[in-house]
Design a protein around this ligand. Structure first.
Ligand code: S3P
Length: 182
């Protein structure tokens, strides 16, 4: 993770594992900063004309990842966005490059226990529809930790933070970041 402020466009990008609150916090942040909220999963579903589960069923994960990369590339000239991303966006190296060239990248990091508690009773995440969701979370997290680390400018451990505390902390970091970018 970078210790210094990089020169970037004025966008805030939220990355992190499934169910770490990227969309919820993104909404609060966008309102507070006066930025537009962009949710990559929502754009993907709109573009494909079906929900994420349907895209995985019809096109597989690779098909989904292809659309995800295109959607990300389509944002590259935009500014004043809070971009909430899908948890696996970092699994393509080209996406990490695009995320970092888009703006300040914040990684919402949660423990396995917190993730499991948040995804219980939710069947909208195809990669966790397995016999042992805890094992799936552990394995995917293990595979992805270095990718999140590579993409992120700042990591926030969210387990003990409310949505408001999280949004407040990120907004403060963003103000410093964007002030340093002028
Ligand atoms: C995925 C995360 C999901 C969604 C898709 C794949 C992943 O988004 O993009 O189900 O690979 O981690 P959320 O992180 O918003 O759940």
């Amino acid at each position: 993770m970078a210790e210094i402020i990089r020169r970037t466009p004025m966008n805030l990008i939220l990355i992190g594992f499934m169910a770490t609150g990227k969309s919820t916090v993104g909404r609060v942040l966008a309102r507070g900063l006066g930025f537009e909220l962009v949710d990559t999963d929502a754009i993907i579903a709109r573009r494909a004309g079906k929900p994420i589960t349907g895209i995985f069923e019809d096109l597989g994960e690779e098909g989904f990842r292809g659309i995800e990369s295109e959607v990300l590339q389509g944002l590259l000239s935009r500014e004043r966005l809070v971009i909430s991303t899908g948890g696996g966006i970092v699994t393509r190296e080209e996406n990490i490059k695009d995320l970092r060239s888009l703006g300040m990248v914040i990684w919402l990091n949660a423990s396995v226990d917190a993730i499991i508690a948040r995804v219980a009773d939710n069947d909208e995440r195809p990669l966790l529809q397995t016999d042992d969701p805890r094992k799936s979370v552990e394995e995917l997290l293990e595979q992805r930790l270095d990718m999140y680390k590579e993409a992120a400018d700042e990591r926030i451990d969210i387990d003990n933070l409310s949505c408001d505390e999280l949004a407040y902390g990120i907004a403060e970091s963003a103000r410093l970041w964007f002030a340093g970018n002028n």
